[in-house]
Design a protein around this ligand. Structure first.
Ligand code: GAL
Length: 482
């Protein structure tokens, strides 16, 4: 009997064991979206064709439900409704992205700027300001103009100057109203997940693509510093995504594999930007798998470049959703891909809850661990720029999302108060259900449900709206904080 009571107490205790500290007064809460996923208006008022307009129209078999973002949440026409939701939630900031082809239809500034597109973002920024909501603007969230053939231009480096022109135009047009700029969202997604699949030189192109993106990021940061910071006083960062990678066993090979995955995925970008060069572990490992007479696959920064790139972030944006177990997967074959260079196997604990996406696991402990790992390596203010719960139904009674938010935020508090990690903001993905890339409309991450089958794309608050609103207001994840 005694042991049953003890077990019951343990179970209840562990369910209730949320951190009851209050987030600091100056901690910022937000919600995130991106242009292609919500705007619609894909060919309106002079907008150019983006790479996703092209893929969804001409290669729709890549999209699970063959859908597209032609209308999506129709945010292009529903600015006031979007603002009303943000106001209701009471968030401190709104993270959204600019569609490059909406403001510069061909991607090249010297071929013309689209005033109607500019006005859409100006209006959005004006309304955010009227409601005291800061703007966090992502310059590149996966949707470059199709004409540019950006993937290959990232590999040969020719996109950099066009991107810098575009970013300068964004700073000129919107800079006075933007508090946080993000140069790139999840650049690894562009260089690996997408490019590696279609590349003629896998295992080489993704490294070159990353090399150019890092240089491009640094150029944009320096430009803001030199030309705009004094007038506008904003900050500039980059958003990187990562799982927490837990070693699958206490074998040294698995411990090394888990660290290697973090190094190849996160440090690959963060090390140059914060410390000036690629991680030693990566350099050694790639060299080890390159024959002596073959050229290096990982490009090198010159000493001048290292100095120029080092320190080009005022904050790091971290997108984090889930964790995995990682074990070593040796592969000594000569034909190398990025994946083979990393050389790991990912698995999941059957006890970890999952929902509708294969990589998604509810693993709140991973939030605290990844924040610690990032802090240990970079010592820079962190903003959690994406974190959220997915289901396939868009259920209005989304207790699963409430539990997820509560347990992950509780781990953010642990990281801040117990481990002294410098986290300054948190933004959940996403304000509303939207078009989820190759999953189309089959996956729902929103606090608000969106009725995609109605011409009015009505938004309806899910139960999690009241929970998140309360957290934003009280800075507390439980009923009452200390
Ligand atoms: C991120 C991406 C977002 C969103 C989210 C949910 O990788 O930046 O655009 O799709 O994942 O899967």
């Amino acid at each position: 009997m005694f042991s049953i009571v003890k077990i019951l107490l343990f179970i209840t205790g562990s369910c209730l064991a949320f951190n009851n500290k209050t987030f600091p007064e100056n901690f910022k809460f937000g919600v995130s979206t991106s242009a292609y996923q919500i705007e619609g208006g894909w060919n309106e008022d002079g907008k150019g064709v983006s790479v996703w307009d092209y893929i969804t129209h001409y290669k729709s078999s890549f999209i699970l439900d063959h859908s597209n973002g032609d209308v999506a949440c129709d945010s292009y026409h529903k600015l006031d409704e979007d603002i009303a939701m943000l106001k209701h939630l009471g968030v401190d900031f709104y993270r959204f992205s600019i569609s490059w082809s909406r403001i510069i239809p061909t991607g090249r500034v010297n071929q013309g700027v689209n005033l109607a597109g500019v006005n859409y973002y100006r209006n959005l920024l004006k309304k955010l300001k009227e409601n005291n909501i800061d703007a966090m603007v992502t310059i590149f969230h996966f949707d470059p103009p199709e004409q540019l053939q950006a993937e290959s231009m990232f590999v040969n480096g020719s996109l950099n100057s066009l991107f810098v022109d575009y970013a300068r135009m964004a700073f000129l047009l919107f800079g006075k109203d933007v508090k946080y700029w993000v140069t790139f969202n999840e650049p690894r997604g562009v260089c690996c997940d997408f490019l590696e699949r279609f590349s003629l030189q896998p295992g080489r192109d993704s490294y070159t693509c990353t090399h150019n993106i890092i240089k491009c990021h640094a150029q944009v940061y320096r430009m803001y510093d030199e030309e705009f910071r004094a007038d506008y006083g904003g900050s500039v960062g980059i958003v990187l995504n990562t799982n927490w990678d837990e070693p699958a066993s206490d074998k040294q090979a698995d411990i090394d594999a888990a660290e290697r995955k973090l190094q190849f995925e996160f440090a690959w970008y963060a090390d140059p930007i914060i410390h000036g060069d690629y991680p030693e572990l990566m350099k050694k490992r790639i060299k080890q798998f390159t024959l002596p007479f073959m050229p290096d696959r990982l490009p090198k920064f010159t000493e001048d470049e290292k100095k120029y790139i080092k320190g080009t972030a005022d904050f790091l944006g971290v997108n984090h959703y889930a964790s995995s177990y990682v074990s070593d997967k040796p592969d000594f074959g000569l034909f190398r891909t990025f994946e083979k260079d990393v050389g790991i196997l990912m698995t999941y604990d059957p006890a970890w809850n999952t929902t509708s996406l294969d990589w998604f696991r509810v693993t709140p402990f991973g939030m605290r661990k990844i924040l610690n790992w990032v802090h240990k390596n970079y010592k820079i203010p962190l903003i959690i720029t994406e974190n959220g719960y997915v289901d396939g139904t868009g259920d209005l009674n989304d207790d699963g999302r409430i539990n997820y938010l509560q347990s992950y935020l509780s781990n953010v508090l642990d990281a801040m108060y117990i481990d002294k990690v410098d986290v300054i903001g948190y933004s959940t993905w996403s304000l509303m259900d939207n078009w989820e890339w190759t999953s189309g409309y089959t996956q729902k991450f929103g606090l608000y449900y969106v009725n995609f089958s109605s011409p009015n794309t009505e938004r309806i608050p899910k139960k999690s709206v009241s929970y998140y609103k309360k957290v934003v207001e009280s800075h507390c994840v439980v009923d009452e904080c200390e």
